[in-house]
Design a protein around this ligand. Structure first.
Ligand code: NAP
Length: 480
C-alpha cells in the first residue's frame, strides 16, 4: 500500500521522521486506502519557505495567465471524474453519486475563479483635482495557509485555493487528518497543469501538532480555516496576535421551518435531502425541523416512513443512498447524542436497513418531542440525526429557529409568500432557502455563517473569496 508524500516546492517529499497515518475506508475498515505523512514542524517550515520563495514570481504574472493554468487543472480533473469520485468515497465514505457531485463541483470552482482572472483588478474613480488619475487596484497578500475539514476533502480545499491562486497568492494547505489523500491527489493535478514549484504546497498531519505553527508563522499573511467552532475559535485568538487576516467557517445547527400550509411530502423530501444527504455530515445539513403544531404528528409520521426506506451501506455499492460516518469517533458522537436525547425525554425512531458490513454505519434517525433546551436542539451532531420541535405559530417557529449559537443556513417550507419574505427578513443565518434543502451552495453566491458559524467579515465563493485573498491600493497620479 502506497506511502504518500507531502507536496513541497514542486516535489513529493517524505515527512521528516518518516511517520505515517493509516487511512482506512470508513465503509470497510479492512480496506486500507493509503498512508499519509504525519508531518513535523520541519516539514511545515519547509512548505512555508517554498510558498514564500515562489510568491514574487507568481504574483508578478498577469492574472489571465494564472487563470489559464486553473482552467487546465479543471480539465485534468474533469478527465478523471469517476476515478477521483471512487477514491473520495473510499476515503470519506459518501456515496459515489455524492462524491461525483463533489468532484464536478471542484471542476466548476476552478473554472469560475479562472474566469475571475479577467475581471479582478480595480476601479477608476473620479479625482478631486484636474489631470489626476485616481484608481484602485487589488493586490495579493503573500503566502497563505489553508486548513480544511474532512467532510468535503476535495471541494473545500479547491474553493479556498482557486481564489487564492488566481489573485496571485501562494498556498500551504493542511487537509484534515481523516481525509488527506484527496488533497494530495489535487496537488498532482495542479503540478501537471503547470502550477510553478512552491506556488502550492501540501503538508498532512495532526492539526494539534502542525496546525497552529502553520497559522501563526510570521511568513503566513492570511489563514483560511473551515472546521469546528472549538478549533476555529482557539485559532482566532492566536492569529489575532499578529493581526493576521483570518477567515473562519465553522459549524451549524440548521433548521427547517415547516409552516402550517406546507405541502407535507415536499417538506419531507426537503428535510430528507438536507438531513440525510452526505450522511448528515455537512455544515449546512438539516438537524432541526420546527413544525407547526397542527401538522407535527402527520409530518413526523411521514418523515419516519421516509427515513426507514433509506438504503444505508458502502457508498460504492449501487443503490446505496447513505454511506457511513467518517470515523468511529464520529459514529460514537452521533449515537451518544441520540442516547442523550432519549434520556432527556425525546422519542427516537431509527430508520434505514440493518447494515452488517464492517464500517462506521449510523442509521438515519428521527428524534421527536425535542424541546429547545435539549442538547440535541442546541449542539451540532454532524450525523444523520434530525430532531423535530413543534411551534404554535410562525412567531414561535422563528424564535426557535433563531434561538441558537449558530447561524449558517435555514429553510422555510411554505406556499405563503408573506411568510417566506418574513422568514428571509428575520431568520439569523448567512444562507436562507425557501422550499429548498438547507444544504447546497451556489458558487457565485456569498457563502458563510452568522454568529458562531463564521468570522463574518468575509464570505467564501463569489466575489467575497476574491476580496479575502487580496487587498486594495488607492493610486493617485498627478499629471500636472
Ligand atoms: P476540526 O476538528 O475543527 O478540524 C478542522 C481542521 O483544523 C483540520 O484540518 C484539523 O486537523 C485542523 N486543526 C485541528 N486542531 C488544530 C489546531 N489546534 N490548529 C490549527 N488547525 C487545527 O473540524 P472537522 O472535524 O475536520 O470538521 C467538521 C467541522 O467542520 C464541523 O463543525 C462542520 O460544521 C465544520 N464545517 C464547516 C463548514 C463551513 O463552511 N461552515 C464546511 C464544512 C465543515 P486534524 O484533522 O489533523 O485534527
Amino acid at each position: 500500500m502506497e506511502k504518500h508524500k507531502n507536496f513541497i516546492g514542486g516535489e513529493w517529499v517524505a515527512p521528516t521522521g518518516d511517520q505515517y497515518t493509516e487511512i482506512r475506508n470508513p465503509a470497510d475498515t479492512n480496506d486500507i486506502v493509503g498512508y499519509a505523512p504525519r508531518s513535523a514542524a520541519a516539514d511545515v517550515d519547509q512548505a512555508i519557505a517554498a510558498a514564500q520563495a515562489a510568491y514574487g514570481a507568481w504574483a508578478g504574472r498577469p492574472a489571465p495567465e494564472r487563470g489559464r493554468i486553473l482552467y487546465k487543472v479543471a480539465n485534468i480533473i474533469e478527465g478523471q471524474i469517476d476515478a477521483w469520485a471512487a477514491e473520495l468515497t473510499r476515503e470519506e465514505g459518501k456515496t459515489r453519486t455524492e462524491a461525483r457531485m463533489e468532484v464536478v463541483r471542484a471542476v466548476e470552482v476552478f473554472r469560475y475563479f479562472a474566469g475571475e482572472a479577467w475581471r479582478v483588478g480595480g476601479d477608476v474613480l473620479p479625482a478631486d483635482t484636474t489631470n489626476t488619475l485616481l484608481y484602485s487596484k487589488r493586490v495579493p497578500l503573500g503566502a497563505v495557509a489553508i486548513i480544511t475539514p474532512w467532510n468535503f476533502p476535495l471541494s473545500i480545499p479547491v474553493w479556498k485555493m482557486a481564489p487564492a491562486l488566481v489573485m496571485g497568492n501562494t498556498v500551504v494547505l493542511k487537509p484534515a487528518s481523516a481525509t488527506p489523500l484527496m488533497a494530495l491527489r489535487l496537488m498532482g493535478a495542479l503540478h501537471e497543469a503547470g502550477v510553478p514549484a512552491g506556488v502550492v504546497n501540501c503538508v498532512t498531519g495532526s492539526g494539534a501538532v502542525i496546525g497552529e505553527q502553520l497559522a501563526t508563522d510570521p511568513r503566513i499573511k492570511a489563514v483560511s480555516f473551515t472546521g469546528s467552532y472549538a478549533v476555529g475559535h482557539a485559532l482566532y485568538q492566536k492569529t489575532a496576535l499578529r493581526l493576521t487576516r483570518t477567515h473562519l467557517e465553522m459549524g451549524g445547527k440548521n433548521p427547517v421551518i415547516v409552516a402550517a400550509d406546507a405541502d407535507l411530502d415536499k417538506a419531507v423530501n426537503i428535510v430528507v435531502r438536507g438531513g440525510y444527504g452526505l450522511t448528515g455530515q455537512a455544515c449546512t445539513a438539516t438537524s432541526r425541523v420546527i413544525v407547526d403544531r397542527s401538522i407535527v404528528d402527520e409530518f413526523s409520521r411521514r418523515l419516519i416512513a421516509a427515513a426507514q426506506k433509506i438504503v444505508v451501506g458502502p457508498g460504492l455499492v449501487d443503490g446505496v443512498q447513505m454511506g457511513p460516518a467518517v470515523s468511529a469517533a464520529q459514529r460514537d458522537i452521533d449515537n451518544d447524542f441520540v442516547a442523550l436525547a432519549a434520556e432527556q425525554g425525546a422519542q427516537v425512531s431509527v430508520g434505514g436497513n440493518e447494515v452488517a458490513a464492517q464500517g462506521y454505519f449510523v442509521r438515519p434517525t428521527v428524534v421527536t418531542g425535542v424541546t429547545a433546551q435539549m442538547r440535541i436542539a442546541q449542539e451540532e451532531v454532524f450525523g444523520p440525526v434530525i430532531g423535530i420541535l413543534q411551534a404554535a405559530d410562525m412567531n414561535e417557529a422563528l424564535a426557535l429557529s433563531n434561538d441558537i449559537a449558530y447561524g449558517l443556513s435555514a429553510t422555510i417550507v411554505t406556499n405563503d409568500l408573506r411568510q417566506a419574505i418574513r422568514f428571509a427578513d428575520q431568520a439569523e443565518a448567512g444562507m436562507l432557502k425557501v422550499n429548498q434543502p438547507t444544504a447546497g451552495v451556489s458558487i457565485q453566491a456569498p457563502f458563510g455563517g452568522f454568529k458562531n458559524s463564521g468570522s463574518g467579515m468575509f464570505r467564501e465563493m463569489g466575489k467575497g473569496a476574491v476580496e479575502f485573498f487580496s487587498q486594495e491600493k488607492a493610486i493617485y497620479i498627478d499629471g500636472n
